[in-house]
Design a binder for this molecule. Structure first.
Ligand code: FDA
Length: 405
């Protein structure tokens, strides 16, 4: 359907934020002939899309299900994901020239392409559909109008102005990485309208180690090792990365979303094997082999050396006592980490928490008590795992809102 361009200054909805959710919302609304205006305070759209996936944009995940999302209401995302599926994301981008290539664990990236190609899909469509996007426009506030619509005040090129529309879409993202334009606007607006906000925290974020343990981690800086990392809420098998300030890598980022200060996490540094069984079997064949030699066959030299101060590496396999075996098993399979903290919003990939799902219709993402006010993307209390899940939520929520504005 052709967009409604009859009234140049009238918009069906004002969308705050030209990120993944806002861009998808504007495009889908355009397909339905609805006229939208995006207000974005950056000087370009899609700042986070551009840097995502190391500049390659992991734009969805083949295995997306509600299980990979953290929310006070784990069922909330189901409706949006049934209205806009992973296949819809794949087909949408394919239509506009981006074919997905799976890198690992279902993560889709543009085949031979870059994140900027993903943003270009949206900017081209916005132009073709006649949708408006005003950059350098910082939204300051939203108020209700006497006619039931909204007045959105914003500052552009030093001038404060206001514009009205029957619907407003808050797609202003979460708190991570303020230099890319992140603000607390979504949560601020929610509170202003009396909506609950679930406690926010950095997620998919590296963890820091301090005190007497730090030198041990520091000596391994740069070492990456495949592990199982878990706590009482979740478990992930991926690489961890040692750094001079603590731990990073995909498995640590994943578990960080389920971690709170003061809690421990555990690492199995040999997830595919049982070290006690391995030692017992080896000892039967070659009891004179040093534990050091066995470990050198399992890990890099640097890592095996770092284990030296914690294990009886100079003992032969045949001479290891029951207590020795317990120490080895504990260290390799149940390594306890008491992280001091995290690297904060400037190093986090997403925000946990946000506008409470209790306040929103899961079918439309409209605020239950404020008709015409919609929230989508990262500012809502729906947080995905690492691996393309957060974009899938942003696309899906943008699509759903477009159907309902
Ligand atoms: P998003 O943050 O994209 O957009 C919000 C927009 O609102 C921004 O452009 C901001 O400038 C604007 N805004 C805020 N306040 C405003 C105001 N007052 N007035 C006007 N504009 C305002 N996810 C994934 O699935 N795959 C991946 O590969 C990655 N990689 C990745 C790398 C890094 C380094 C980060 C930080 C994050 C990722 N992510 C990711 C997460 C992903 O980028 C994120 O979940 C989505 O961008 C969220 O989309 P939104 O549209 O909700 O917010």
């Amino acid at each position: 359907m052709a967009p409604n361009l009859t009234k140049e200054t009238q918009f069906d909805a004002i969308i705050i934020g030209a990120g993944a959710c806002g861009l998808m919302c504007a495009v889908q609304a355009g397909f339905l002939g609805k006229r939208t205006l995006i207000l974005e305070h950056n000087d370009k759209p899609g700042a986070k899309i551009l840097i995502s996936g190391g500049g390659r944009c992991n734009y969805t995940n083949l295995y997306t299900s509600p299980d990979q999302f953290i929310s006070q209401n784990p069922h909330f995302c189901k409706s949006a994901f049934s209205q806009w599926t992973v296949d819809d994301s794949i087909a949408f981008f394919e239509t506009y020239g981006i074919t997905g290539a799976e890198k690992t664990l279902g993560q889709l990236f543009p085949e031979g392409g870059k994140a900027k190609d993903v943003v270009k899909v949206f900017t081209d469509l916005l132009t073709n559909l006649g949708q408006e996007m005003w950059l350098n426009a910082k939204v300051l506030d939203i108020d209700t109008n006497a006619d039931g619509g909204f007045a959105v005040s914003y500052e552009r090129y030093g001038k404060q102005q206001s514009i009205t529309a029957p619907s407003v879409v808050v797609a202003s993202g979460g708190l991570p990485i303020s230099k890319l334009g992140a603000t607390d606007f979504g949560m601020r607006v929610a509170r202003k309208f009396g909506l609950k906000v679930t406690e926010t925290a950095p997620a998919l974020v590296p963890l820091t180690i301090t005190g007497k343990d730090l030198p041990w981690y520091g000596q391994l800086s740069g070492s990456s090792i495949f592990c199982r990392v878990w706590n009482d809420k979740a478990s992930f098998e991926e690489n961890i990365l040692f750094t001079h300030w603590g731990l990073s890598g995909p498995a640590i980022l994943q578990i960080s979303s389920y971690w709170k200060p003061g809690e421990s996490i555990f690492i199995d540094m040999l997830p595919d094997r049982n070290i006690t069984e391995l030692i017992t079997t080896e000892a039967q064949v070659n009891g004179k082999q040093l534990l050091q030699t066995l470990l050198a066959g399992l890990y890099t030299k640097k890592f095996a050396e770092a284990l030296a101060d914690r294990l009886p590496i100079h003992k032969t396999l045949g001479s290891l006592s029951k207590a020795d075996l317990e120490t080895i098993d504990n260290l390799l399979h149940h390594f306890k980490v008491l992280a001091a903290g995290h690297k904060g919003y400037d190093k986090a990939e997403v925000m946990r928490g946000g506008v409470s799902t209790d306040e929103l219709s899961s079918k439309t993402l409209e605020a239950k008590n404020i008709p015409g006010l919609f929230f989508g993307g990262e500012c809502v209390d729906v947080t995905g795992w690492l691996g393309g899940y957060n974009f899938q939520w942003a696309w899906a929520s943008g699509f759903v809102i477009a159907q309902n504005i």
